[in-house]
Design a protein around this ligand. Structure first.
Ligand SMILES: Nc1nc2c(c(=O)[nH]1)N[C@H]1C(S)=C(S)[C@@H](COP(=O)(O)O)O[C@H]1N2
Ligand SMILES: [Mo]
Length: 522
């Protein structure tokens, strides 16, 4: 493609490369301005984010599983980048059409706006459609002006005052238009991102005030729960895995935020953030696991949480007989979750969490409040960005993932993982330690066994037990021959169940099977 502003008599206007560029720049201006204007109002209404979110919702379960497995926690940036690539290709084609079929190109651009509008409005309020509307108008306007600057009939160029070489003044206008539209795109896009950042800083500062002291603090962790050189027993906020259906991290202002607790109860309540913090708080260290974690996978983390115990809530609202589930609603789109009532009322430390690892709950982990129930996978227990909790029955309500065929009730499956050495690494001769973690939250780990090259199962040495709601570390000193070997691991929980060998996929209730690595011993 030669970027030449053609002055061939029959086709005045820029060459095909420039036309494609004009299409792309028009789309960029649209997306940039749409994004910037959305940040001012409501970040999730940004056309590109709205379309991405709609795709996540619509994606069939296997596609979601594939994305989480393949891209891990990068699945969201990759989705956005893919949408951007498709959008730019489409826009380039529209640009190429624009000089001959201006109306078709303008309708094409407007369809992009309509896609954003439908996605945003169907997921939010009518006002959420405004940024897409703005984007559509900007895109059409820019493309129209670009075609208008450089597609005057050839005859016009020979009018008095346009006696210069045909296309010359137009070329300057066209290039100026391109530059202007690019600037507009940058202003909207970069401006939006910067504004979003500055808000993040402001909300962090506002939250630095901290939380009240818990009435019941967590038992100190035994130092011997941590094996030297191994995965940290407590996962830092930065390293804590994040899994949710939200493309942008919701940033909720506690001003105006409330949590309603209602349903089959005698005294429904609506709490402000301050009222929630005034309830008795407990502090507990609990390991959380995602059902999408593959055998040996990273979606498991252990943190110290501060929150209001469900026992307190149940007593305050007066839960009636016949309640089967706690149905929680999130501020992040239409996410909902079913938690068995039994699991929040049987004495375990189920809670409405407001703090994590000594700080106010971070945005990505569900600020202002989230649920946590020891022993249940996150998707049936750990709703972030809480809005409402309803005590109800399974006949009455079904949850987001239930509607997508995942298990309705999903206790965490006993699992074990080899973290040291990494697969295919070399075990040092002076310190031939194989080590890892095992978890069976709320049942506790009784035994972890290892087997080398498919031989006999050998018991590993368990690190100190910090409690049944937490994972447990283990070690094994290898003293076999040098060379390449395999190691497999399996755990037995305190209820006597041993992990089965047969692998299952994560859908619909979690992965089963033994983790295996290959290593070289010196
Ligand atoms: N609002 C909302 N809450 C949610 C989810 C979600 O998609 N939306 N995902 C759940 C899942 S599948 C898991 S495993 C945990 C993960 O919590 P984390 O991101 O703090 O690690 O959050 C749960 N809570
Ligand atoms: Mo999950």
């Amino acid at each position: 493609m030669q970027p030449v502003l053609s002055d061939r008599p029959e086709t005045t206007g820029p060459g095909v490369g420039w036309r494609a560029l004009a299409g792309v720049v028009s789309a960029l201006a649209a997306v940039g301005v749409g994004h910037g204007s959305a940040i001012l109002v409501n970040p999730v209404s940004s056309p590109i984010i709205a379309v991405g979110s709609a795709l996540i919702d619509a994606a069939p379960t296997p596609a979601k599983e594939f994305a989480i497995r393949t891209f891990g926690t990068n699945d969201k940036p990759i989705l956005i980048a893919s949408i951007a690539v498709v959008l730019m290709v489409f826009a380039a084609v529209l640009g190429m059409l624009a000089w001959r079929h201006r109306l078709v190109a303008l309708i094409g651009i407007s369809l992009l706006g309509v896609a954003g509008l439908v996605a945003a409005v169907s997921r939010g309020s009518a006002a959420d459609g405004i940024p897409s509307l703005v984007a559509g108008v900007v895109g059409m306007g820019v493309l129209y002006l670009l075609t208008a600057t450089s597609s005057r009939p050839a005859a016009a160029s020979s009018e008095p005052g346009h006696s210069a070489v045909a296309g010359r003044p137009d070329r300057r206008l066209f290039l100026g238009g391109l530059a202007g539209a690019t600037a507009l795109a940058a202003l909207g896009g970069v401006g939006g991102v910067l504004l979003d950042r500055s808000r993040q800083v402001a909300s962090a500062a506002r939250r630095a005030v901290g939380l009240p002291t818990p009435t019941s603090t967590a038992a100190p962790l035994p130092a011997a729960a941590q094996v030297e050189g191994m995965t940290p027993f407590t996962t830092s906020v930065d390293k804590f895995y994040r899994v949710d259906i939200s493309l942008v991290t919701p940033r909720i202002d506690t001003e105006g935020w409330t949590l309603t607790i209602d349903g089959m109860v005698d005294r429904p309540i609506t709490l402000t953030y301050d009222e929630l913090l005034q309830l008795p708080l407990i502090e507990r260290t609990i390991t959380l696991t995602c059902v999408s974690n593959e055998v040996g996978g990273p979606y498991v983390g252990n943190a110290t949480w501060v929150g209001v115990p469900f026992s307190e809530i149940i007593q305050r609202v007066g839960v009636r007989a016949g309640v089967e589930q706690v149905y929680s609603y999130s501020l992040d789109s239409d996410y909902t979750c079913s938690t068995p009532y039994q699991a929040v009322s049987d004495g375990r430390d189920a809670m409405i969490v407001v703090g994590m690892n000594g700080q106010v709950l971070p945005d990505k982990n569900g600020f202002p409040a989230r649920m946590l129930v020891p022993g249940l996978f996150g998707f049936v227990s750990a709703t972030k960005w809480l809005k409402r909790i309803e005590f109800t029955t399974y006949a009455e309500r079904s949850a987001y993932w239930t509607d997508r065929d995942w298990a309705t009730d999903a206790p965490i499956l006993t699992q074990s993982r080899i973290d040291m050495p990494k697969s295919l690494a070399t075990l040092p001769k002076d310190k031939p330690v194989i080590a890892g973690v095992a978890w069976a939250q709320h049942r506790g780990i009784a035994k972890v066994e290892i087997r080398i090259d498919g031989g006999e199962w050998i018991q590993t040495k368990l690190a100190a037990d910090a409690g049944v709601d937490m994972w447990r570390q283990w070690t094994y000193v290898y003293d076999g021959p040098a060379g390449l070997h395999s190691a497999q691991v399996r755990a037995t929980d305190q209820a006597g169940e041993t992990q089965p060998e047969a692998r299952t996929r994560v859908f619909p209730s979690g992965a089963r099977g033994w983790h295996e690595i290959q290593f070289t011993s010196e």
